[in-house]
Ligand binder design. Structure first.
Ligand code: FNR
Length: 387
């Protein structure tokens, strides 16, 4: 087990995860689509904003609490949905949930998660968000909505940037299959990582826990769970389906993958209560803009009452400060907590959240703002060096 206290930032946790995980698994987390331009830009774009501090403000106490998806959050951060979590650590979503609850943060379970909604909800006391898709089989989506209601899920995030899978070349080069197949080269790679538990690679551990029962329906057909899910992605989903889902659900609904003011307006007109500005962490459409660069335009289009979450590229607490100043209500993170999970299970996720939170508060103190409500657009500007 690496000494997690030696990680002083998210980049350190990423390095630890890289040492701990077999290469194909690390690349699955770390990589993006095509030339990974969007992936690099998501984080890089934060660096192109400067923070304009106020001085001589009493910052002896910093108020960070807010509300997201209609629920209280200790500070404006959400743990974004990530599929196949058990591939990164055997404790999977349970470890992430325990750390998120301890930090008072919302956590979104992925449809592609490896824990059943009901088990996750029972064990996760924090704000519960479920990430949903509109599948070809609308009955499957309706079933998810019913299960979420029964399990006390607070909000839904509808992912709309995956009509087809992105072109992840690292995965193709590594021959990564889902679930991983034990080929000679993958065995070599895994053998070089004694910290990695080989049994975790086989069989039911890779169950997509929330959809596997559906495949029983297909008994007799030669279709794997993963084939079944692949076949359920629907290229014909439109805003009409958002209207339908909003009516079925009736609670907080954020559209994850919106990128423009026009689409943000359509989301609200279709019944959504919020948008997650996102390019899926650079894993889908490459050269899509960085979410942080889209915040101000979307906020201007939507006014104050619609929730905007900036998803992707956050690697520092100061990134969250910048997003809030530009008009977001919060940010969400995927890889930062997954690096922590891979590096050290629950304690690693805890470390990632602790680091980001302390950077967030430190930045607020240094810039002379003692309340998240008081972050304003005047506190940030594009760096003159950014061009
Ligand atoms: C994801 N993401 C994702 N999104 C989603 O809606 N459903 C999913 O199942 C997954 N799965 C997934 C797996 C892995 C390994 C990663 C890294 C990401 C995208 C995720 O929710 C989020 O949009 C990005 O991770 C945000 O970018 P950062 O924080 O990773 O830079």
């Amino acid at each position: 087990m690496p000494r997690l206290d030696r990680a002083v930032n998210i980049a350190d946790l990423r390095r630890m995860a890289g040492r701990r995980l077999p290469r194909p698994i690390f690349d699955y987390i770390d990589g993006g689509a095509d030339d990974e331009v969007a992936l690099a830009n998501n984080a890089g774009a934060f660096g192109r904003y400067e923070i304009l501090p106020d001085t001589l403000v009493d910052v002896s106490a910093i108020r960070t609490e807010t509300r997201l998806f209609g629920q209280p959050a200790a500070w404006p951060l959400v743990l974004a949905p990530t599929g196949l979590t058990r591939m990164f650590h055997p404790d999977a979503e349970a470890a992430v949930a325990r750390a998120a609850a301890r930090h008072g943060l919302p956590y979104a379970l992925s449809t592609m998660g490896t824990t059943r909604i009901e088990d996750w909800a029972r064990n996760f006391a924090g704000p519960r968000v479920f990430q949903i898709y509109v599948f070809k089989d609308r009955g499957l989506t309706t079933e998810f909505v019913q299960r979420c209601k029964a399990a006390g899920v607070h909000g839904l995030a509808l992912t709309v940037d995956t009509p087809v899978a992105g072109n992840r070349e690292r995965d193709r080069r590594n021959g990564l299959s889902l679930p991983p197949r034990l080929t000679l080269s993958s065995l070599m790679s895994f053998a070089l990582h004694p910290g990695w538990s080989l049994p975790a690679l086989t069989g039911s551990k890779f169950d997509l826990a929330n959809v596997s029962h559906r495949v029983d329906v297909l008994a007799g057909q030669s279709m794997s769970l993963f084939d079944y899910i692949g076949a359920q992605f629907d290229r014909s989903v439109t805003w009409k389906d958002v209207e339908w889902l909003a009516a079925e659900w009736g609670g907080p609904l954020s559209i994850k993958g919106v990128m423009t003011p026009e689409d943000a307006r359509r989301a609200v007109a279709s019944g959504a209560s919020g948008v997650m500005l996102s390019n899926h962490g650079g894993r889908q459409l490459d050269t899509a803009p960085a979410p942080v660069d889209q915040i101000a335009g979307v906020r201007d289009a939507l006014g104050d009452s619609v929730e905007i979450i900036c998803d992707g590229g956050v690697r520092r607490g100061s990134d969250v400060v910048k997003a809030l100043a530009l008009g977001a209500d919060g940010c969400s993170i995927g890889r930062p907590y997954l690096y922590g999970l891979a590096a050290g299970g629950e304690a690693g996720v805890d470390r990632a959240l602790t680091l980001l939170r302390s950077e967030f508060e430190l930045t607020m103190a240094l810039m002379g703002v003692n309340d998240v409500e008081r972050l304003e657009r005047r506190h940030v500007r594009r760096s003159p060096l950014a061009g």
